[in-house]
Write a new protein. Sequence first.
Length: 165
Amino acid sequence: MSRWPHQSEVDNFYGNPRGNNGEPDSVWESQNIVYVSPPWKLVTSWSFEPVNSGVRVHKKCADSLNNIFLSIWASANKDVRVINEWGMHLYSGGYNFRLMRGSTSLSMHSWGCAIDFDSARNAFGDPNPNFARIPQVLDAFASEEWTWGGGWSKPDGMHWQAADI
């Protein structure tokens, strides 16, 4: 049994992020979303602006994500150049209350249990995402039982989530 819920059970595990009129619940957000920072500097993948505050995720995912970051850092021999080659400095998203692309259902990002990196080289729908060639990154997430989107029927190679499909 996985330590993470099935996507259909995320409300039970993470709580309900929905507020009134389909808007995010600010009380739920303030009680559940925290920041996790890797030991390297992040920049946004779309503007290359520094991400000084860290990655926003659900508090139930925070220790796990920190373990993932430490594992990746160790696998890179604490070398920022390796991190940058792998694209792990290119933050593409964490907590974001929104619908799944092309769906009427909420994205796993809405619960703060999903994270994206290096969207340009791991684009949604790309059958050959760059992360498929970086076992150190895949293994770090797999060791914490996060699901990678790179092997889905419609690949999402930038995406990991702390929820089973």
